[in-house]
Design a protein around this ligand. Sequence first.
Ligand code: PGA
Length: 243
Amino acid sequence: MTELIYTRDYVELSQLAADNMYRTVTENPQAVLVLATGGSPQLAYRLFCEQVIRDGVDLSGVTFVKLDEWLGLSADDEATCEVFLRREILEPLGIPEKQFLHFDPEAPDAQAACDRFQAAYDALPQVDLVILGIGKNGHLGLNEPGENLVCNTHIIPLSQKTKTHEMLTHTSTQVTHGITMGMADLFRGKEVLLLATGGEKAHLLPLLTNQQITTQVPFTLLKMHPNCACIVDRSSFCNETYN
Ligand code: PGA
């Protein structure tokens, strides 16, 4: 990683991430942000929204991009990344559809949805900030561990671990596949912010700090990104006690 930042807890991690998002959209009113969903960024998004609303920041030129999605759920299913981003970002900030780049979780032809999304993403002039969490198995978006990773947006079978993701506890539908932006898409970000927080991930800490890169732990590839900061929540990510 270009930079590893240790925070006392989830709140401090979230504030740093929110500050980074705020800086991005105030420095560039045409900014493009790629947004993960899940527990890792949730509080950061809430703090970001509070700051933007408090200061009356004009976001009319900003584009928000959905990183990934569970395949086969209806778009209004509570478990979707779609509902998450609408609830946490789009609705509080009054962001219109034209500023939201996403794939439809219930598109009849998922591959066509990937292709449409990719064409629109490729047409963006630049990507300023990519916000990512780390999966319990080290995945990035839904780029799952394996012998190979994929460059662009694609459909992917979920690992056993990912099928137990907390978001999926909110649906009765059995989800077996996801759609995710690929590794090259993520590397397009001028800046990448990796949020290391949440339970059952402490075993991944050595892979954050050592020199190794492996497709079996996809987030390790971010060590090759020229501007990737990782914020580590000591309280959940490190086995040690923070003093
Ligand atoms: P989480 O999920 O932020 O809810 O821990 C991260 C992920 O699975 O990518």
